[in-house]
Write a protein that binds this ligand. Structure first.
Ligand code: MLT
Ligand code: MN
Length: 312
């Protein structure tokens, strides 16, 4: 199975269009060591011919442009794509806005939980995905799905599982507990070539997660590869940077550091590789020379970048 990171940044990207804080400024001016990153998405394939895209970021047009595997074949039909399936892990803008780019009467299969499908259905702009071409299918909150494209199975099997998260920002309701967060707002995925693929060849993709509990570390304890929510290093780093007041927790994202952070939570979890993805433009690990990047690397974590490839 081949994995490509299409976009390693969180919503906003790196640099974010309106951000003039030191990290965004450094990457905008291409200071040594700084890598621009587009918004949150990966792609996977078992045969290099048929691809699934996980999360459709607002940058998907640019991401396809940077990834020959996802472009129409030179000898292919006049209109075509190797993207057979698109899978969503939540309804955040950085994960669904790219669906609008995937219009143009191209057949593919779209997978999301009932909660996320309902959000798409309630926003009529997504009708640009003509149902005659785009088949919307429900992902279970817990269970296996063999991914299919318009011509049948594509050789990828995913297991979806609930993770603690938050309702999409644009759906927040101040009057409800958790701003209206409900079951099915956020899932994680185990991606493999078949349900019997050994754990060691499994990619766990969890770009959004508010809290790591024992059931999650147990699920991941088979020596596979993990791509995990790397939004913030410290819970209050937006306030520390002076760019905002929201904490990671308020946004539904666990921090890397701290006793309840992901570095600590996964310290003992047997994993072949551990990779942070969905990295916010305030996260100091985006500066490879920072102390925090050193801490993360010393704990065995990699920091995803656009174009990163994995072979499992
Ligand atoms: C998130 O991951 O918290 C969201 O993408 C934030 C946003 O909607 O910008
Ligand atoms: Mn996001």
């Amino acid at each position: 199975m081949k994995i490509r990171v299409l976009g390693a940044a969180a919503g906003g990207g790196f640099p974010q269009w309106n951000c003039n804080a030191p990290l965004s400024r450094s990457v905008r001016h291409l200071q040594p060591g700084f890598l621009p990153r587009t918004q949150s998405s990966i792609a996977a394939s078992s045969d290099s011919e048929n691809w699934a895209v996980f999360n459709a970021s607002p940058d998907i047009r640019q991401q396809i442009g940077a990834t020959p595997d996802l472009q129409p074949r030179q000898d292919g039909p006049l209109r075509s794509t190797p993207i057979r399936s698109v899978v969503l892990t939540n309804a955040d803008v950085d994960h669904i806005a790219g669906l609008l780019t995937l219009r143009e009467k191209e057949p593919f299969t779209l997978y999301a939980t009932r909660r996320v499908l309902d959000t798409l259905a309630a926003n009529s702009i997504f009708n640009v995905l003509d149902p005659a071409f785009v088949d919307r299918r429900e992902l279970p909150l817990e269970g296996l799905t063999e991914l299919e494209g318009p011509d049948g199975p594509i050789g990828l099997s995913i297991e979806s599982f609930l993770v603690p998260g938050k309702v999409a920002l644009f759906l927040e309701n101040e009057g409800e507990t958790g701003f209206g967060t409900k079951e099915g707002d956020t899932v994680g995925l185990a991606i493999r070539t078949s349900p019997t693929t050994p754990q060691k060849k499994t990619l766990f993709y969890v770009p959004g997660c508010a809290l790591v509990e024992n059931d999650l570390t147990q699920r991941l304890s088979g020596g596979g590869c993990l791509m995990f929510d790397g939004t913030v290093f410290e819970d209050d780093e937006m306030a520390q940077t002076g760019v905002g007041t929201k904490t990671g927790a308020r946004m539904g994202h666990i921090s890397m550091s701290g006793e309840n952070g992901s570095l600590e939570a996964f310290r003992e979890t047997p994993l072949k590789r551990r990779i942070y993805i969905h990295i916010n433009n305030t996260n100091p690990v985006l500066d490879p020379a920072s102390e925090q990047a050193g801490t993360v690397r010393k704990a065995g974590w990699e920091i995803a970048y656009d174009g990163m490839e994995l072979e499992l």
